[in-house]
Design a protein around this ligand. Structure first.
Ligand SMILES: Nc1nc2c(ncn2[C@@H]2O[C@H](COP(=O)(O)OP(=O)(O)O[C@H]3O[C@H](CO)[C@@H](O)[C@H](O)[C@@H]3O)[C@@H](O)[C@H]2O)c(=O)[nH]1
Ligand SMILES: [Mg+2]
Length: 194
């Protein structure tokens, strides 16, 4: 049987912090005709993210940080997000734990995998592994804030889960992985998700 997809060539358009590649491929349609397609792909590696939840107070711990692409899109550039980072050679679980500690100063307990998600599969290769974890007075290690030498300056923000969900609804939390994790937590507390 003929292949559905035949890769003709790939060209690296930019290889800097991330790599931008242009692929040319032949796509065999269901009617048998072949269409030549050109698709660009930005690759900066995979990532992991973790939502910290305190079940006693029903608060979540998020981080606020500067995001240039959001500014370029004309939106307020300081986004409220779950702690997250690029794998940098770690496995997703180790990365999620490392980023939680670097960014919030908490060493999470009871960390559980939620799901993997492509946030923009039409053009960005990154797959993000999502986790839930517990925080509280016993998990506090440092003030967090990220790595200054890498240009990070994060504000740690604690707020009730209900308020975070309301902020999603009001368009005040717009980061995809954060929205997925907050809504997953709400489903879990309602007994509708594992
Ligand atoms: N030199 C350079 N450094 C960069 C660039 N873009 C990011 N960095 C640096 O690379 C590091 C990335 O920080 P992480 O904590 O590992 O990742 P993240 O920025 O939180 O990324 C995660 O969340 C983003 C927002 O949803 C996602 O866009 C991203 O893909 C990932 O999932 C930061 O120190 C940042 O300053 C760049 O274009 N050039
Ligand atoms: Mg980060």
């Amino acid at each position: 049987m003929e292949e559905k997809i035949t890769l003709i060539k790939t060209e690296v358009l930019s290889a800097s912090w991330g790599k931008l590649t242009r692929a040319t491929l032949d796509y065999r349609r269901e009617d048998g005709s072949v269409q030549r397609l050109v698709r660009e792909n930005y690759d900066h590696g995979n990532a992991a993210a973790l939502l910290l939840f305190n079940g006693d107070t029903r608060h979540v711990l998020l981080v606020r940080q500067y995001r240039y692409p959001v500014q370029a899109n004309g939106d307020p550039a300081f986004l409220l997000e779950v702690c997250a980072g690029l794998l940098d050679g770690d496995d997703p679980l180790a990365c999620a734990r490392r980023e939680a500690l670097e960014e919030t100063g908490h060493a999470p307990e009871d960390v559980a995998f939620v799901c993997d998600a492509y946030m923009s599969p039409g053009s960005v290769q990154e797959k993000v592994s999502l986790f839930l974890g517990r925080y509280g007075a016993d998990t506090y290690r440092t003030a967090g804030g990220g790595l200054a030498e890498e240009g990070e300056e994060l504000e740690v923000v604690e707020l009730p889960l209900e308020e975070a969900l309301a902020m999603v609804h009001r368009g005040e939390i717009t980061d995809g992985k954060t929205i997925i994790l907050l809504q997953h937590l709400a489903l879990k507390l309602a007994g509708l998700a594992q």
